[in-house]
Design a protein around this ligand. Structure first.
Ligand code: KIV
Ligand code: ZN
Length: 516
């Protein structure tokens, strides 16, 4: 099973390892949207969460399991009966569910984290894999910190996990320490030495602490692994996991050197990246491979000259292969509702009547203010509209007095449960004044963790896309807002984050945030 096929399974852990990274937590709605696109793009296994972690995680894994069409839906479980049982319950409605259970195997983890001997951990492997296998046919077992585990002991653990019914064996480089050669050799050695290794699929799971995650994953595959655990935009603990889009495109682009196949359709990569970036609030760096804003941009004269003569002079992949559309001028202020609706459909949006009407109104408004309206502008506007649709607390109007010689002042009107409330507030700068005005209308304890602005397109009339992350009682939420006015976009992003936080804290309607 390990080496007789060159098909590599893509196991996406954006919603588990990715969501676990500080500040990246997502709402149920966001997780469902991400799972939907992963399923559609051909990801083999979606690790949807850690069901025992919270009721929210359990609900997310169960919902994703119910909705999945093609992908296997996995949940994570520590080597504890309660975790495994809860995970089994969460994935039970999937067409094809998986329990992924793990235990640490390295001496440093055994001594300081678990306070257990190697023999005791081996017993845990026997007990927990057997328990999982009694609940479901598809069981993955991971040896946490495998790359710092003595090979002899790792072999014993792997053999035991397979004997007890594990169908996938994952050997993570948990701390991102391995080099490609070492990682490849570990798989070769284990597969050769473990007598029943042919009864399981081996899996790589790499972290990017030394920037080697993708190289290590591909090296593990060269060593015999046939499953790659990775995350969209490389999201994950600390420096992140191997990036899904880089893995997929490396395999496709260099099939001469990497003779493997994977079934992910790369045309979805850009959309998935944007979705994950929006939900997590983690902006994609401009020079990020495959999905960065500059990944296909050619600035230098020599490069541009070459590109005009033959794109292959400097381009090893075509932008359209990964779902990047050439920046296109879409429409102007004379474009009608029909053309706007067609454009939305082309961009992959199908809005309900009310949202469409509001998006069209905002598009007209934007076209009045902005000389050129691009696809990216429409996308930012529609994403903003989708984010606020159904929210009971909204920004209606904002006037800010700014400049030298503060304090700066904001006069804000918001709709709170259908009632318009207006307040004035001052602050240390216009953004601070705006956020203070929001707090005056909706008093709350949340603290600002992140405030980020980026321009959607070029030029001083570009729309600003703002991300705001708030934290209250250990819970985090991220909101986004877009507008040609950076302060309006900031207010929208703040209110969106505040609404999500209210939903999370109260499990109820954001209208629970009362106007004073
Ligand atoms: O990095 C790691 O070891 C993990 C395991 C839980 C698979 O994420
Ligand atoms: Zn991990």
């Amino acid at each position: 099973m390990t080496t007789n096929s060159n098909q590599v399974r893509i196991f996406d852990t954006t919603l588990r390892d990715g969501e676990q990274s500080p500040g990246a937590s997502m709402t149920l709605e966001e997780k469902l949207q991400i799972a939907e696109i992963l399923d559609e793009m051909g990801v083999d296994i979606i690790e949807a969460g850690f069901p025992i972690a919270s009721n929210g995680d359990f609900e997310a894994v169960s919902e994703i399991a119910r909705n999945s069409k093609n992908s296997v839906i996995a949940g994570l479980a520590r080597a504890i009966h309660a975790d495994i049982d809860r995970c089994g319950d969460a994935v039970t409605h999937a067409k094809h569910g998986r329990i992924h259970t793990f235990v640490s195997t390295s001496p440093i983890h055994l001594k300081y984290q678990m306070n257990k001997t190697q023999e005791q951990v081996l017993e845990i492997v026997t007990d927990t894999v057997t328990r999982a296998r009694n609940l479901i046919d598809d069981v993955e077992w991971s040896a946490m910190d495998a790359t710092r585990t003595p090979l002899d002991y790792l072999c014993r653990c792997v053999e035991e996990a397979i004997r007890c019914g594990a169908t996938t064996i994952n050997l993570p480089d948990t701390v991102g320490y391995a080099t490609p050669d070492e990682y490849k050799k570990m798989f070769e050695d284990i597969i050769e030495r473990v007598p029943n290794s042919d009864q399981a699929i081996f899996s790589v799971h790499t972290h990017n602490d030394l920037g080697l995650a993708v190289a290590n994953s591909l090296a593990g595959v060269a060593g015999g692994a046939r499953q790659i655990e990775c995350a969209v935009n490389g999201l994950g603990e600390r420096a992140g996991n191997a990036s899904l889009e880089e893995i997929v495109m490396a395999i496709r682009t260099r099939s001469d050197a990497l003779p493997y196949t994977c079934q992910v359709d790369p045309k979805f990569l850009m959309r998935a990246s944007k979705l994950v970036s929006g939900a997590s609030g983690f902006a994609v760096q401009y020079n990020k491979a495959i999905v960065g804003k500059n990944a296909f941009a050619h600035e230098s004269g020599i490069h541009q000259d070459g590109m005009l003569k033959n794109a292959e002079t400097y381009e090893i992949m075509r932008p359209e292969d990964v779902g990047v559309k050439a920046t296109s001028l879409v429409m102007g202020k004379h474009s009608g509702r029909h053309a706007f609706k067609d454009k939305l459909r082309e961009l992959g949006y199908d809005l309900g009547d009310n949202a469409l009407q509001e998006a069209f109104r905002r598009f007209k408004d934007l076209a009045d203010r902005k000389k050129h309206v691009y696809d990216e502008d429409i996308e930012a506007l529609v994403e903003d509209e989708i984010a606020i649709a159904g929210e009971n607390t909204k920004v209606i109007a904002l006037t800010v007095i700014a400049g030298t010689g503060g304090p700066q002042k904001a006069i804000l009107t918001m709709d709170v449960n259908g009632k318009h409330e207006t307040r004035e507030a001052t602050g240390d700068g216009p953004v601070d004044a705006t956020f203070n005005a929001i707090k005056a209308i909706c008093p709350h304890e949340a603290t600002l963790q992140l405030y980020q602005v980026h321009a959607v397109t070029e030029g001083t009339d570009a729309q600003a896309e703002v991300s705001v992350r708030l934290e209250a009682n250990g819970r985090i939420s991220t909101g986004k807002g877009a507008d040609t006015d950076t302060l309006v976009a900031s207010a929208r992003a703040y209110v969106s984050a505040m609404n999500k936080l209210a939903l999370r804290q109260q499990g109820s309607n954001p209208g629970a945030l009362q106007a004073v």
